[in-house]
Design a protein around this ligand. Structure first.
Ligand code: EPU
Length: 337
């Protein structure tokens, strides 16, 4: 285990923000992780997973622990199901591609999501009609108080839209070290009803899609709308889609009859934040080296050299403007550090 000092975190966050960690360590096993937490040398610690869901606004005056624990294992298999455990430091998309190469179904709609396996349960990643919770069986997590490894089942994670116990009661108390998934073999259930997938599969001239075809369609849609963090710094959706009351939605509809929306329950409606931001005039707006992506207004981008504080200020301006025009509060989805 080697501790480095004054390291730039630019390669470790997909926004590409150049801020420094006072101390930095890359961890490759659960034992190393426990050792770091039992030591009293660095009282302030900060956990870094894939760095894909955070905006760094200031230098980190702590020991930054880069979770780099790798490995995946088939725990059991029948004719129709396979149980797989992946360690936290596996790259999410590479893991999805590996499941597809083995013809294991369930994660294809979640192709090309940035980040690592270990952080996927925290915000219950989701895309194109599928959420992590649909295939998640359990995860192991290090309890930072007792240094014991505990298991959380699906229901114990309290999954919700972009939410889980790890963003609520358990926040800051655990580090997820591995995730167990239940995937299908042979008997795959495809989720192709999401509008963009249907039309992409038609465009690809595929009538009877396989899980691999669905993945290819999702990759094509994401590449056409979302910037590749290797080319343009970003953290995916910067905001959550707000869920508002039916009354508030009816008021919105009076002024904006075309507002897209999804019914969540009898009393709640979800409105796409991307639509609100676009109609507040921000889509594609550039402020020098940062701005709002031109193809998806939900994504804020760093064109190179932007400061986290500039992007934070832009996000606050967007929130204020959306609140003024639509009377709707939109909340950041990324963690602001
Ligand atoms: N829209 C606009 N303008 C925009 C963007 C979107 O009017 O600039 C409208 C679209 O026309 C459409 C609606 O908003 O009617 C929804 O757009 P889209 O299908 O692109 O999805 P989204 O709600 O904007 C969510 C997730 C994405 C995920 C997609 C696909 C959240 C916060 N975001 O976006 O997740 O890929 O659905 O399932 O729920 C991420 O979390 O980083 C992410 C990219």
């Amino acid at each position: 285990m080697q501790i480095q000092n004054n390291i730039s975190l630019k390669p470790f966050n997909t926004f590409g923000i150049d801020i420094k960690a006072k101390h930095f360590i890359s961890i490759t096993s659960v034992d190393e992780l426990k050792a770091v937490f039992s030591s009293e040398d660095f009282p302030k610690k900060f956990i870094l997973g894939g760095g894909s869901n955070m905006l760094l606004t200031k230098d980190i005056d702590a020991l930054v622990i880069h979770l780099n624990i790798k490995g995946k294992q088939i725990l059991s298999k029948t004719d129709t199901e396979v149980i797989i455990e992946s360690q936290a430091g596996e790259n999410w998309h590479e893991f999805v591609l590996w499941t597809l190469e083995n013809d294991f179904g369930g994660l294809e709609n979640l192709s090309l999501i940035p980040g690592n396996v270990g952080t996927s349960p925290i915000q219950n990643i989701g895309a194109y009609g599928v959420e992590l919770k649909d295939t998640f069986l359990s995860c192991k997590a290090l309890n930072l108080e007792t240094l014991d490894i505990e298991t959380f089942t699906n229901s114990e994670c309290e999954f919700d839209y972009r939410n889980s116990i790890f963003k609520q009661r358990a926040k800051g108390k655990y580090i997820i070290t591995s995730v167990v998934f239940k995937l299908s073999i042979n008997d795959h259930k495809l989720h192709t009803n999401y509008g963009a997938i249907t039309s992409e599969l038609e465009h690809m001239k595929i009538e009877h899609p396989t899980i691999q075809d669905v993945s290819k369609a999702v990759i094509a849609i994401r590449e056409s709308k979302l910037p590749n963090p290797k080319e343009i710094g970003n953290s995916g959706s910067f905001f959550k889609n707000p869920i508002i009351s039916k009354d508030a939605f009816l008021k919105l509809q009076d002024n904006f009859p075309d507002a897209p929306h999804y019914t969540i329950s009898e009393t709640e409606i979800k409105v796409p934040a991307g639509w609100l931001i676009e109609h507040a005039g921000f889509k594609g707006k550039s402020f020098g080296n940062y701005g709002v992506h031109k193809k998806q207004a939900l994504v804020l981008v760093n064109y190179g050299g932007a400061k986290g504080s500039d992007i934070l200020a832009l996000s606050q301006l967007i929130q204020k403007t959306v609140a003024r025009i639509f009377d709707i509060k939109i909340e950041a989805e990324v963690n602001i550090i």
